[in-house]
Design a protein around this ligand. Structure first.
Ligand code: PRP
Ligand code: URA
Length: 211
């Protein structure tokens, strides 16, 4: 049995919301809200190993020592377009995070990624980067986005998606084995057009109502 390396969120709230998201009856408003809520729930797990620093504070009862996030910068990087839907949920939990943007779309015929935008904070190389995109299908867009970030010197990258196809996880594991992959569901196959089955359809179109 093949060993794919990915963390799968098995929390009941996440599984419940992913099932609603997949449902073809879910309209754009509810789809957008579900993506935001899923990203918020995922934020807890994907930030689990962020370093903490000891701080001294005064409670109303006197001095205390606590722990807060260290000085390491955090950058959220949505892959345009569909990754944008995950930003508000993540930001609600990590308000200090900066946001960089990567524009990549998949050519409908070749399924190859086409890169069209890249804008990061100037010190992104020293940052913990969370790439956000609801879908990991062939893995072409993910590999392109990660390669661009590594060219700018980024060392710590996590890939956070909602539905991953086995093929995409395999490709990420092979081409960027240092990048941790997080997903809420691991689906078995892609169809002839490169869509994940059962998947949820076209995430960008469902999120922005562009079908
Ligand atoms: C979707 C999705 C991923 C990509 C996954 O974007 O949001 O970025 O496809 O497919 P892959 O793993 O085979 O590369 P899409 O190309 O539809 O772009 P859009 O949201 O801008 O329409
Ligand atoms: N992109 C999507 O939005 N959905 C898929 O199933 C595959 C790629």
């Amino acid at each position: 049995m093949e060993q794919l390396k990915a963390f799968i969120f098995d929390h009941p709230l996440i599984q419940h919301k992913v099932t609603k998201l997949r449902d073809a009856q879910t309209d754009t408003k509810n789809f957008r809200e579900l993506v935001e809520e899923l990203a918020m729930l995922m934020a807890y797990e994907v930030t689990r190993d962020l370093p903490l620093k000891e701080v001294k504070i005064d409670t109303p009862m006197g001095p205390a020592v606590g722990h807060m996030l260290g000085d390491k910068k955090i950058t959220l990087v949505p892959v345009l377009r569909a990754g944008l839907g995950m930003v508000p949920g993540m930001q609600s939990i990590i308000p200090q995070a900066r946001v960089g943007h990567v524009g990549v779309y998949r050519d409908h015929d070749t399924l190859e990624p086409v890169e069209y935008y890249f804008k990061m904070p100037s010190d992104v190389a020293d940052s913990e980067v969370f790439i956000l995109d609801p879908m990991l299908a062939t893995g072409g867009s993910a590999v392109a986005a990660i390669t661009q970030l590594k060219k700018r010197g980024v060392k710590h990258i996590r890939w956070v998606c909602i539905i991953a196809a086995a093929e995409g996880v395999r490709r990420l594991n092979e081409e960027h084995p240092d990048v941790e992959v997080f997903c809420a569901a691991l689906d078995p196959v892609l169809n002839d057009q490169g869509y994940i089955v059962p998947g949820l359809g076209d995430a960008g179109d469902r999120l922005f109502g562009t079908k």
